[in-house]
Design a protein around this ligand. Structure first.
Ligand SMILES: NC(=O)c1ccc[n+]([C@@H]2O[C@H](COP(=O)([O-])OP(=O)(O)OC[C@H]3O[C@@H](n4cnc5c(N)ncnc54)[C@H](O)[C@@H]3O)[C@@H](O)[C@H]2O)c1
Ligand SMILES: *[C@@H]1O[C@H](CO)[C@@H](O)[C@H](O)[C@H]1NC(C)=O
Ligand SMILES: *[C@@H]1O[C@H](CO)[C@@H](O)[C@H](O)[C@H]1NC(C)=O
Ligand SMILES: CC(=O)N[C@H]1CO[C@H](CO)[C@@H](O)[C@@H]1O
Length: 333
């Protein structure tokens, strides 16, 4: 067995972490023979709750989990990290203005980016989940200049999985028979779930999604809206935001970074746009179709983009530009 890797989860006393930590600790993400040291960061008032989470992890009696370090100190949490899953962020409170919320999150992700720069391994893989995930990820990356920007990504895999499942249910096949959906842009209601390159394995052959579903109006209308508004629908029903499905998506995302994507398949994640792909402006964290090999991702090139898609891809980019510019103006403050 190899040396334990050091994995940080922030927001570790929260509801996503509660669904996530068991899967990580039992080997679903980094491999069945990869021992793990878990670093768990939350804010000081949550330390008593975190202590309960630690007790439960101990009580799972898992063979791969070598050490658990609960803390409210960044210098402890970010030390020598191999992977960082940044879930904790400032939630919107009653009456809080968008701008103030963004400012609070810029402060958190600037501080955590600086801690990555100071204490983590330069090869650390950073996944940002806490909202606004794309912009928080950009701020963290900018605050850790000696870590390659390629090592930062944000979660749109939940949206990707939602899109995949909607198509699968419509076609009456398991979700694993649907591949290559794409989520473009921001993790918000302007995201664009695109099925123009999606394939469905139905009755033994691979069909283009439009041929499998045979309902263009649904694919161009209700399907898109359902995926875009799914987070809000879950909140309305559960009175809490998605946690089980978010945790599953985090596992899928990080496992693919660690072990690669399957041949001929691509997945969606928010990555740094250098301005060379699909006319998306540079210096944004934007969700693209990517393939991963040897722990490096590449944006899938050369997919045809029609006018319908173009408009939607540009709208979500415009939203991110505006948010980035406001966020960056807070960086010096
Ligand atoms: N990208 C996605 O697909 C996606 C999906 C679902 C949820 N989210 C986001 O994930 C975040 C967490 O969701 P949740 O349901 O677990 O929330 P939660 O409120 O249950 O837990 C968040 C935890 O983060 C902690 N926290 C706050 N500031 C922190 C800081 N500076 N350092 C460390 N910990 C801190 C809180 O104390 C809390 O324990 C939210 O921002 C949510 O919007 C993103
Ligand atoms: C981008 O998405 C995040 C996450 O849903 C959201 O908080 C943010 O407001 C969106 N950005 C803009 C400018 O709407
Ligand atoms: C399609 O699914 C069937 C099982 O239903 C499987 O045997 C076959 O290999 C799959 N084909 C492709 C191209 O994935
Ligand atoms: C996921 C990713 O892009 N990882 C890269 C992180 O940075 C190292 C260099 O420090 C690269 O080798 C990895 O490919």
């Amino acid at each position: 067995m190899s040396e334990p890797i050091r994995v940080l989860v922030t927001g570790a006393a929260g509801q996503i972490a509660y669904s996530l930590l068991f899967s990580i600790a039992k080997g679903d993400v980094f491999g069945k023979d990869q021992p793990i040291t878990l670093l768990l960061l939350d804010i000081t008032p949550m330390l008593p709750v975190l202590e309960g989470v630690v007790m439960e992890l101990q009580d799972c009696a898992l063979p791969l989990l070598r050490d658990i370090v609960p803390t409210d100190k960044e210098e402890v949490a970010f030390k020598d990290l191999d992977a960082a899953i940044l879930v904790g962020s400032m939630p919107r409170k009653e009456g809080m203005e968008r701008k103030d919320l963004l400012k609070a999150n810029v402060a958190i992700f600037k501080s955590q980016g600086t801690a990555l720069e100071k204490y983590a391994k330069k090869t650390v893989k950073v996944l940002v989940v806490g909202n606004p995930a794309n912009t928080n990820c950009l701020i963290a990356a900018k605050s850790a200049p000696s870590i390659p920007k390629e090592n930062f990504s944000c979660l749109t895999r939940l949206d990707h999985n939602r899109a995949r499942s909607q198509v699968a249910m419509r076609c009456g096949v398991p979700a694993t028979h649907v591949k290559n959906v794409i989520i473009w842009g921001n993790h918000s209601s302007t995201q664009y779930p695109d099925v123009h390159h999606c394939m469905v394995n139905m009755s033994g052959s691979e069909l283009a999604c439009f041929d499998a579903v045979k309902d263009d109006a649904w694919l161009k209308g209700d399907f898109i809206a359902t995926v875009q508004l799914r987070g809000a629908a879950v909140i309305k029903a559960r009175k809490l935001s998605s946690a089980m499905s978010a945790a599953k998506a985090i596992c899928d995302h990080m496992r693919d970074i660690w072990s690669g994507t399957s041949e001929g398949e691509f997945i969606s994640m928010g990555v740094y746009s250098s301005g060379n792909s699909y006319g998306v402006p540079d210096d944004l964290i934007y969700s693209f179709p990517v393939q991963i090999k040897d722990k490096s991702w590449k944006i899938v090139d050369g997919l045809a983009i029609n006018d319908f898609s173009r408009l939607k891809m540009d709208a979500t980019a415009a939203e991110l530009i505006e948010e980035r510019d406001t966020a960056v103006s807070f960086l010096g403050v």
